[in-house]
Every structure is written in C-alpha cells, then in structure tokens.
Design a protein around this ligand. Structure first.
Ligand code: URA
Length: 231
C-alpha cells in the first residue's frame, strides 16, 4: 500500500516539474489576456497612470475648460520611438486619442511606409487638450504642459523621438527655428540623463496642404528606419 503511494507521489512530482509546478501550486488565476497586451512594465504603467491623473486634475486652464476630453496618448509604451505632435484637433477631442483625424490617417500611412504602426510606436502631443478653433497652443500653454511632456518622455524612455511640426520641435529642442532648416538630421537631447535622438519633420496636417513636401518627409522617415536598426 505505502509502496503504491510512494510511486504515485514520485509520478506526481515528476509530472509537476514537467509542466511547471509553480503554475499548478500557485492558486492565483492565470491572466491569459495579458499575453496579448504589450508587456508593459509595472513602473511604466504606474508612471503613466499618475501622469494622466495629474493632467486630468489641472486647474484654471482655458484649454481644458473648452475641451471635451483629455487626449493623453496612443500606442505601445514599450516602444523605442515616441512621436510628438502639437495638440488635439476636433476628432481627437471627441475620441480622446491623438492623431485620429485626417492628419492621423496620413501619419498611419507614413508609419506603414517604414513598417511601423500604432502597436510599434508611442504617440502623444505637446498639449493634451484641444486648443479652441484648432489654433496653435500659445507660448504660455506650451510652457505649462512642457513639464508634463518631459515627464512623459522620462517614463517612456524612447531611443528616438519624432517631432512633428514646429510646436513640438520648438518645445523639445528649445529653438525658434523652422522645420525646413532642422529636418533631415539628428538632434541629440538629454532628458533624465537619457540620451535621445530627435528627428524633426513636417506635420502631417501641413503635408495635406503641401503634398509636394512629402518627398522630404520620406527622407526623414527612411533615416528613422535606419536608426531604429541600432536599438
Ligand atoms: N494634430 C496634432 O498635432 N495632434 C493630433 O493629435 C492631431 C492633429
């Protein structure tokens, strides 16, 4: 009898070690859904949640008062590349997601051309609430939201940032230059002791108005494709 139990026990131990006993002996439920999500490290998720809450709690801001939704971000927080636009438009304000209107559709096509998509990049804007009448955010508004944007970058820790349009470029590079002078080359910045390569390029909304400039943005995109191979 006791010999039988011993054999059974030995078989059971063998079986458990074969199929990963931690999984069996740990009575926590298995989260299969997680397997389908990008593997967001806990500290990134926590940092993003806190930042979002703080932006949601902003007081005395005309942008926020006039907007319907906070537009925080879209894409993969584990991405090596972060894309920064200017600010939400009407569609983004409605949906609470960046770059979902016509400019966003063009951005998706541009990303597709270098084998990227929203699951492979992380997207945000300089300001997180829609400026009324789609005007540019004022200097004061950019100044107010810049610390949040820098924290956002510090949480995502991208290797590469693509700055779309002059608002994003001026905010992050701290210059007053124009895109045509600054695009097509790498600009190195440091945020939280992290070295980041920035590419400046035309905003997709501008490209919709000036399609002949697309040939330049294609050069910028190809440079990004090459640089990404290093990371
Ligand atoms: N333009 C931007 O700069 N950002 C958006 O999210 C949409 C349009």
């Amino acid at each position: 009898m006791s010999k039988n139990i011993n054999i059974k026990l030995t078989k059971l131990v063998k079986y458990y070690s074969l199929i990963n006993h931690n999984l069996i002996l740990n009575n926590k439920s298995i989260n299969r859904y997680n397997k389908m999500q990008p593997d967001i490290q806990k500290n990134i998720a926590k940092g993003l949640k806190k930042l979002r809450e703080e932006i949601n709690d902003i007081k005395d801001c005309k942008l926020k008062e006039n907007a319907s939704n906070l537009v925080f971000s879209d894409g993969n927080p584990n991405s090596k590349i972060m894309i920064i636009g200017e600010g939400p438009g009407a569609n983004e304000d409605k949906e609470g997601l960046p770059f979902v209107g016509r400019a966003g559709q063009l951005l998706d096509k541009m990303l597709h051309a270098i084998n990227l998509n929203r699951e492979k990049v992380y997207i945000t804007n300089v300001v997180n609430y829609r400026p009324p009448e789609n005007r540019k955010p004022s200097e004061k508004e950019v100044e107010r939201y810049l610390p949040y944007l820098k924290r956002h970058i510090g949480i995502i820790k991208p290797n590469i940032i693509l700055l779309l349009g002059s608002t994003a470029m001026n905010a992050i590079l701290g210059n007053t230059d124009v895109i045509s002078k600054m695009r097509g080359k790498w600009h190195e910045i440091e945020i939280n002791k992290l070295k980041i390569y920035c590419m400046v390029s035309f905003h997709p909304a501008y490209l919709l108005r000036q399609p002949d400039q697309k040939k330049f943005s294609w050069i910028d995109l190809k440079m990004i494709r090459e640089k990404l191979k290093k990371f």
